[in-house]
Design a protein around this ligand. Structure first.
Ligand code: 5GP
Ligand code: ZN
Length: 137
């Protein structure tokens, strides 16, 4: 067993409150929820982050995250949800095993993201960045 917290949870060596499991992934309740009902979806195989995962694993995790999110709306009465992954300390990643957060959002009790738009001075700046991104695909 390696020293990864979520590998230990996937293996059952550390207990978790599971909501879904199959041969490739596990979904369980976040111990420090941003909103009550906040769940995490992880691959059973260790990948440090989304960049390192295979397309197959990434696609499967998104399918399961969607399934959990829809269940949160049906069963908990959530009016919406956020599905996110944090990659790298700069983005807020604290556990080095790929995970998607599935966060239900309730009317009147929504978690507010500090989502502050910083518009381009000129749209040519966006075009230049788009060209750089395209060149790396
Ligand atoms: P990150 O900051 O890496 O995007 O998210 C890690 C998440 O894992 C946090 O939301 C944190 O509350 C959750 N977490 C950390 N340790 C445990 C644990 O032992 N059990 C569970 N269920 N969640 C954990
Ligand atoms: Zn791991």
């Amino acid at each position: 067993m390696n020293d990864c917290l979520f590998c230990k949870i996937a293996a059952g060596a550390i207990p978790s409150t599971k909501v879904y499991e199959d041969d490739k992934c596990l979904a369980f309740m976040d111990i420090g929820p941003v909103v009550q009902g906040h769940a995490l979806v992880i691959p059973k195989e260790h990948f440090a982050n989304l960049s390192e995962a295979t397309d197959e694993v990434a696609a499967h995790l998104i399918c399961i995250a969607r399934k959990i999110a829809v269940a949160q709306t049906k069963a908990l009465g959530a009016a919406g949800f956020n599905v996110i992954t944090n990659q790298g300390a700069v983005a807020g990643q604290t556990v080095g095993h790929l995970h998607f957060h599935v966060i239900p959002q309730f009317e009147g009790n929504a978690h507010k993201w500090n989502w502050e738009a910083r518009p381009y001075g000129d749209l040519s700046e966006a075009a230049a960045l788009a060209e750089k991104i395209k060149s790396a695909l």
